[in-house]
Design a protein around this ligand. Sequence first.
Ligand code: BGC
Length: 261
Amino acid sequence: MYKDLAGKAAIVTGASKGIGAEIAHRFGREGINVIVNYHSDKSGAQRVVEDIIAYGSKAIAVQGDMSQEASAQALVDAAIHHFGRLDIFVNNAGMEMPAPSHEMTLENWQRVIDVNLTGYFLGSRAALKYFVDNGIKGNLINLSSVHEQIPWPTFAHYAASKGGIKLLNQTLALEYAPSGIRVNAIGPGAINTPINKEKMNDPEKKAALEKIIPMGYAAEPCVVANAAAWLASEQSSYVTGITLFVDGGMTLYPAFMNGNG
Ligand code: BGC
C-alpha cells in the first residue's frame, strides 16, 4: 500500500479484463477513484466497478474505443466530472491479431496500430493537456510489452506498435520532465490473462512458452499491477522514461540460459 495514492483519481483504459482490470482493482484498493474504460465488455467493466466500490473507492465504467479521437477526452472529462481531478492515466487497451506478414491485410495492420499505438498517443495527449493546463504533476503509465524489444513473427503490427510505444514513452518523458510529469512504461512478459488463455490451456503450447521464461512460469496479473502502483506512487518519484520489464527474465535471451553460445 502506498499512502500518497489515497484520494487520487485515475483512468485505466481497457480495464474490463486482464491486466487493465487488475490495475483498476489495485488502484481501488489503494484508495484511488477509477474511471474503468471498456470497449465491448460492459458487464466485465461493471464487475470491476462494483469491486472497487466495495473497497471503499469510487468507480465509473465508461465505454470508448481508444483508437477514436473523442474517446480519451471523454474519459478525462468523466474523471473531472465525477472525481473533480485526474492524477494518473494508464494506457492499457490493446489487441493482438496474428497473421503471417506476407498475408496480413492492411485492415488488420491498421486496426492494431490504431488501437495499440495511436490510441496511446491520443490517451497521452488528453491526459497531458489536462496536466499542463492545470499545473498538475501527473503520472502517465503506458502498458508496453517485452515485444517492444523482442521481435515476434506473425505479430509484426503488434511488435511495431510496442516498439513505437517505447519511443513515444521516452519522448513524452523527456518533453514533460521539466513540468514534473512522469511518464513510464511497463513491459509485461507472459501473463495469465484472457489474451493468453488458449496457449495456457494447451499443454504443448504452455510448455513451449514456459521454456522461454527463465523463471519458468507465466505470472498472474497482480505482478503487473504491483509495478503500476509503484510507478503511480511517490516511491518512484525520481523515475521517468523507463520501461519496467515484468517478465520473469524473458528479455534476458533465454536461449543462452545454459551457457549456450
Ligand atoms: C503478449 C502475450 C505474450 C507475451 C510474451 C505479450 O505482449 O500480449 O500474448 O504471451 O507478450 O510473448
